[in-house]
Write a protein that binds this ligand. Structure first.
Ligand SMILES: Cc1cc2nc3c(=O)[nH]c(=O)nc-3n(C[C@H](O)[C@H](O)[C@H](O)COP(=O)(O)OP(=O)(O)OC[C@H]3O[C@@H](n4cnc5c(N)ncnc54)[C@H](O)[C@@H]3O)c2cc1C
Length: 381
């Protein structure tokens, strides 16, 4: 079915970005997977070509592009089975906090670097004792003269190794009732005394996308590093989650599309008992069912993108998309992998990477159980 989201300009951008991926990212992917991190150079190259945060206002170095440009980059990466560089986290999850809640002075200070790729961002909410229950975070920021002292630990932070700017959720009022009212967001830059990166965590997938622990020990930041108002951090996080869930769903959706396309091609080429795997009824029915689910996801998501761009409040619908599409993605990849037989279990076959990469999507950006809790609450249950 023809999609109606994209203009001629978006298609030209897609062409340029896919050329960039094929030249600069795909050939280095295996090396980066082994090293557990991409190069900072590829970020700067992406910035040079205008592929990072093109939506940022031109007053701060961007080109004021619409949301569809991000849809294009997210899909192009997933259509190549790429989880790194983690541009999505930077441009649609972390940087929007600087843009939405920063003062003009803060935007002048940080946004231009986010566009050029000199600044690579991360967002640190999760702690060893608080993931889904964000209100339970323990990292403290205590006023200290005209600044704040931050103490605490974060974990599972994407871009945690490669970043040089991290947005940190801290408790500024541990007595606040309810507890989520006591959370504030701070910007901590690399080189700030007391800020340390821990080890690059070993994951079962997404090896080139680094994930780290971060430590803050008497880490002093100026009051100009407070993002928005003190005590409003939780509300800011909630405000941005609609978009975070939408972009996570978009990546999963495109990943499922990639899996089907890739598997159809494999099944047509592989012969078993004298005929292509694609000619067995089981293969045909399984892939037909998978393709149907993928089409349902596509139709729903394209509509959500339009609604999001129109400024509609679609918290419930993006929560629905997040759980359904990410579950569907993993299910489809798992079914596809079966058609590769033993080869699907080999690392050199990209379907095995898709299997381990996609598993986390039901866990991060709000676990799928949390998504269902949000939907149920909206239903008045
Ligand atoms: C690869 C990766 C990258 C990540 N990147 C980042 C990042 O950049 N920044 C960041 O801050 N965090 C990041 N995270 C953390 C991620 O957001 C958390 O792992 C996630 O929110 C779940 O928290 P948790 O791991 O503490 O699990 P827990 O909160 O301990 O949950 C355990 C289980 O309980 C279930 N559960 C929780 N609440 C409910 C409920 N109300 N009803 C029913 N079941 C429930 C969960 O669904 C889960 O199955 C990342 C995680 C991974 C694995």
């Amino acid at each position: 079915m023809k999609r109606t989201l994209f203009s001629k300009e978006h298609e030209l951008y897609r062409e340029a970005f896919t050329t960039f991926l094929d030249r600069e990212v795909v050939p280095n992917q295996q090396k980066w997977e082994t090293e557990g991190q991409v190069s900072a150079e590829v970020w700067r190259k992406a910035g040079e070509y205008g592929f990072l945060c093109p939506w940022v206002d031109d007053a701060y170095g961007g080109s004021g592009a619409d949301f569809i440009y991000s849809v294009v980059t997210i899909e192009a990466m997933a259509h190549r089975c790429l989880a790194a560089p983690n541009f999505r986290l930077h441009e649609r999850i972390a940087v929007p906090y600087l843009d939405r809640f920063g003062t003009a002075e803060q935007k002048r200070r940080w946004l231009p670097g986010c566009v050029t790729g000199e600044t690579i961002t991360a967002i640190a909410m999760t702690e060893p004792t608080a993931g889904s229950d964000l209100a339970g975070i323990r990292t403290r920021a205590v006023r200290d003269g005209d600044g704040y002292l931050i103490n605490g630990q974060k974990t599972f932070i994407s871009n945690g190794q490669i970043c040089n700017l991290v947005i940190v959720a801290c408790k500024t009022d541990p007595e606040a009732d309810p507890p989520h009212r006591g959370i504030s967001l701070f910007v901590v830059e690399e080189g700030t005394e007391g800020f340390q990166k821990g080890r690059n965590l070993e994951k079962i997938g997404r090896h080139a996308s680094d994930t780290a622990e971060l430590w803050f020990e008497n880490c002093r930041v100026d009051r100009t590093n407070l993002l928005g108002e003190e005590g409003q951090g939780f509300y800011y996080l909630m405000e941005n989650l609609q978009e975070e869930r939408l972009v996570t769903s978009l990546a999963s959706q495109a990943g499922a599309e990639w899996a089907i396309e890739h598997t159809v091609e494999y099944c047509q080429g592989r012969e078993v008992f004298g005929r292509p795997v694609s000619k067995f009824q089981n293969t045909r029915f399984t892939l037909a069912e998978a393709a149907t689910q993928v089409q349902l996801g596509r139709t729903f998501l394209d509509r959500l993108v339009e609604a999001h761009m129109a400024g509609e409040s679609i918290e419930m619908e993006t929560s629905m998309a997040k759980w359904w599409v990410t579950d569907m993605h993993f299910r489809v990849v798992n079914e596809c992998m079966q058609f590769f037989g033993g080869y699907g279990y080999m690392k050199e076959y990209p379907i095995s990477k898709a299997f381990t990469d996609s598993r986390v999507e039901s866990i991060f950006a709000g676990s799928n159980e949390v998504m269902k809790s949000i939907i149920a609450k909206r239903m008045g249950l």
